[in-house]
Design a protein. Structure first.
Length: 318
């Protein structure tokens, strides 16, 4: 089928659904509404399996809307054995497929394979030029929308119903209890200083100014969060301040999410943890080099701001 905008009931009669989401943490957070609305659109006895990267697993393992979460790469390596296990495969990512998802779907011989066409934008047409031949139902949808809306439009195209676009983060009780004990009576805010690409990281000096202002004026505690790739060297900052928590590389993703749920606000780079903060309903400012894209946090209490602009006014505007 040539890529087209269609609305067709592809869910009725399906007993086992495979959802492929092998991209980043933020992408999976922005897909949380899709998981919920997909479950709402099918009967409870339909089995839904979600395939993700290993680094994303802990974000979705407690998702109540899927029956099983599996790792994508092992699934991809044995794709030929999947045709008897799934009735339909769904790849709701709109943008470029960097993960070999479409080829994996074709190898699996799952009878119905749905994804966004390679023709949705020029870059995808160049990078994934032969993707449509791997799909039984390529969706051609070129409107510029938020990533959450692309996910939900995908569901509408295949006959699903969308009641809500609210995002969710599934944090287990033990992580909440840990965060409650860790925070105690302190008032905390978060600075999310990680980010895989250096050009997406706000300079450490700017973050320090934000931290110092609220720590000194309000006696709040700052929690610095990030993984291996963070903005600058924080050694001198932590040596000077006692009401600062160094969470860089120290907390699991579930613990970091639970801490974020206790925060007064968060300021962060364009990274997965910032999307988690916004999805939790925390007042969030995302600092991004491209503030008008479809991958920004999707919540009424978030703001996007350029990497080098003043943000104090924006913080007080909350």
């Amino acid at each position: 089928m040539e890529g087209s905008i269609f609305r067709e009931d592809l869910l009725t009669g399906k007993r086992s659904i495979l959802v492929l989401r092998p991209d980043a943490i933020g992408d999976c957070v922005l897909c949380s509404a899709f998981f919920r609305e997909l479950r709402r659109s099918v009967s409870q006895d339909v089995r839904i399996t979600l395939a993700v990267q290993e680094k994303v697993f802990s974000v979705v393992e407690a998702c109540p809307y899927v029956d099983k979460v599996v790792l994508y790469e092992p699934l991809r390596s044995r794709a030929e054995s999947l045709k008897e296990r799934y009735d339909i495969a769904l790849a709701p990512r709109w943008d470029i497929d960097y993960y070999g998802t479409y080829e994996m779907m074709a190898k699996s011989e799952i009878p119905v394979r749905v994804g966004y066409s390679c023709k949705v934008n020029q870059t995808k047409a160049r990078m994934n030029s032969d993707a449509d031949r791997f799909l039984t139902h390529p969706i051609l949808y070129r409107d510029l929308r938020h990533e959450v809306e692309y996910n939900l439009e995908f569901l509408r195209f295949i006959g699903g119903d969308v009641v809500s676009d609210d995002l969710e983060v599934w944090i287990p009780d033990d992580a909440y209890k840990w965060a409650e004990s860790f925070v105690g009576s302190r008032e905390i805010f978060a600075l999310i200083v990680g980010g895989t690409a250096p050009f997406k990281r706000w300079p450490v000096g700017f973050y320090e100014k934000v931290a110092m202002y609220f720590m000194d004026r309000y006696d709040w505690t700052s929690v610095i969060l990030g993984g291996d790739n963070v903005s600058g060297d924080w050694t001198s900052f932590f040596s000077k301040k006692t009401n600062a928590v160094n969470g860089v590389g120290r907390f699991s993703l579930k613990q970091a999410a639970a801490l974020l749920s206790r925060c007064k606000f968060a300021v962060g780079n364009d990274t997965g943890m910032t999307h988690i903060s916004a999805a939790l309903g925390v007042k969030t400012i995302e600092l991004t080099p491209y503030p008008e894209t479809g991958g920004d946090p999707f919540h009424p209490h978030h703001l996007l701001y350029g990497l080098f602009g003043p943000i104090f006014y924006q913080l007080f505007a909350f």
